[in-house]
Design a protein around this ligand. Structure first.
Ligand code: 5AD
Ligand code: SF4
Length: 478
């Protein structure tokens, strides 16, 4: 239950979402695929690349797995629970496959990478296993599987960025789109499986990123979120002599932000995730200079204790993190800040735990994603340290962190009462068609009555905050 509570955060609500294209696809496909995605935004974005590759090889998307010829699960390994969820789902597909023996089942993403061919042995119904860098080989693997062979490709790559593949937008609201700018991670945080499942860090061609964002804007999108495990270390060096970029030279994250922001003042730019050790003043100054770069930074702290941070291999101290928060508040005074926090990492004492709580207070996060430590096989922490904080203690600490965050979120929302924000309308409010759901620059959700003002989805509108709950602002058009 506690874990559920801790996971009840906006993008995790999408876990296991079945995907269908945003724009109705009239192509008469011979076969159908069904895809479910788990894990981070990056994984959801990868499913859009997979959909594009499958469309090109004759598979159309369906939301109904019973009519699918190919069922895919794009999986996550970040915590044990994420893997258990997928295993459970696979047993459900087993029943369907018994009635429909021709149906192929594929596992994609991080679990595919971590477990490799073992998945085929353990989960008898799995036909195809494909790691995050091998999606281009999917059509060939499907052919193999159709011929009765088990098909696996989990090769990681040093240069694959899928730069030339135009993602099929799935389950999109048609207003905000996600654009992957890099893949992999070189950080080696000791708790994290990502460097093993997603490989070395590599940056995507800056010009293909700008083109994708421009294309979204020309199709009515008003917001792009640039995605990477560690966006601040984005660095693109053009290689081809004939490349336009050759004149411009290398592109840092600060420059990339500027290039995307310059597409149009009407296009909002967001990004995730930042690493406290890498986010530069340059990035903060660019954010301050462009009104359309949203004032919101996801800056995971993980722990507030310098000793634990060192064991986590985060390469910053508590004081360094505090100085970063000060810097952000100085350069962008109204910046929204959120965090990821892990409770009960190896050897964590009550004192370490209290240090996390006081650092949360210091940072006054608007929102946090909170987890208890889950040991992942093969990680540095698994090899070096003992997972020695008892589960009951982990859960109690996590609950204290969750309670504190709820108070901080309430306080942050209360501070907005009476303020007026420019917000972007994303669609109807979930609860009522009479209300709009929008977000302000700081990424807070705001709900307000449509009235007779004639605004539509995708419009910017000024809204005054009249009331709030822990998670949402309530307002009216001014
Ligand atoms: N246990 C618990 N939480 C983890 N995270 C990453 N690895 C683990 C783990 N082994 C959390 C971190 C990270 C977020 C995406 O997931 O807080 O920032
Ligand atoms: Fe999960 Fe990390 Fe893989 Fe994303 S990159 S799917 S969070 S393990």
């Amino acid at each position: 239950m506690l874990d559920l509570l801790a996971h009840k955060i906006h993008d995790e609500i999408r876990q296991g979402e079945a995907y269908a294209p945003f724009i109705k696809d009239e192509t008469p496909y011979q076969k159908k695929f069904y895809i479910e995605s788990y894990g981070c935004q990056m994984n959801f974005s990868d499913s859009e690349i997979v959909a594009s590759i499958l469309n090109d090889s004759g598979f159309g998307a369906t939301r109904n797995f019973a009519e699918a010829d190919l069922v895919l699960l794009n999986t996550c390994s970040i915590r044990e629970k994420a893997e258990q969820t997928v295993r459970k789902r696979l047993t459900e597909f087993r029943k369907i496959k018994m009635q429909k023996p021709g149906m192929l089942v594929g596992v994609l993403g991080c679990m595919a990478e971590r477990l490799k061919a073992k998945l085929l042995e353990e989960e008898k119904l799995v036909d195809i296993v494909v790691g995050p860098d091998a999606y281009r080989s999917l059509p060939g693997l499907i052919d193999e599987a159709e011929g009765g062979q088990k098909a696996v490709n989990v090769l990681l790559s040093r240069d694959e960025t899928y730069a030339d593949i135009s993602p099929v937008r799935l389950n999109s609201n048609g207003i905000s789109g996600f654009v992957s700018i890099m893949r992999g991670c070189n950080n080696m945080c000791s708790f994290c499986v990502v460097p093993f499942t997603r490989g070395r860090e590599r940056s995507r061609d800056a010009y293909s990123i700008v083109n994708e964002c421009s294309d979204l804007f020309s199709r009515g999108y008003k917001e792009v979120t640039l995605l990477g495990q560690n966006v601040d270390s984005y660095y693109f060096t053009p290689e081809r002599a004939d490349h336009l970029a050759q004149e411009a030279g290398s592109v840092t994250f600060a420059l990339l932000l500027e290039m995307v922001a310059n597409i149009s003042p009407e296009l909002r730019v967001r990004f995730s995730t930042s690493h406290p050790k890498d986010i530069t003043d340059d990035v903060l100054h660019v954010m301050a200079r462009y009104e359309n770069i949203c004032n919101y930074i996801h800056l995971p702290v993980q722990s507030g204790s310098t000793r634990i941070l060192q064991m986590m291999n985060r390469t910053y101290t508590r004081e360094w993190y505090m100085a970063k928060i000060d810097r952000i508040r100085k350069i962008i005074p109204d910046c929204g800040i959120s965090s990821d926090i892990i409770a009960g990492f190896c050897s964590e004492t009550e004192e370490d735990h209290q240090a996390t709580m006081t650092l949360m207070e210091y940072s006054s996060y608007d929102l946090s994603y909170m987890f208890f430590y889950s040991e992942r096989p093969g990680t540095l922490a698994h090899r070096r340290y003992k997972d020695d904080v008892p589960e009951g203690v982990k859960k109690r600490r996590l609950q204290e962190i969750v309670d504190l965050q709820h108070r901080l979120s309430r306080e942050s929302n209360a501070k907005d009462l009476g303020k007026t924000f420019k917000v972007l309308i994303e669609g109807d409010s979930k609860k009522s068609e009479a209300d709009w759901m929008a977000r302000n620059s700081q990424n807070k959700v705001i709900i307000f009555p449509k009235g007779n003002s004639g605004y539509a989805k995708g419009d910017y509108v000024m809204v005054k905050v009249l009331d709030c709950t822990k998670a949402t602002l309530l307002g009216e058009i001014v």
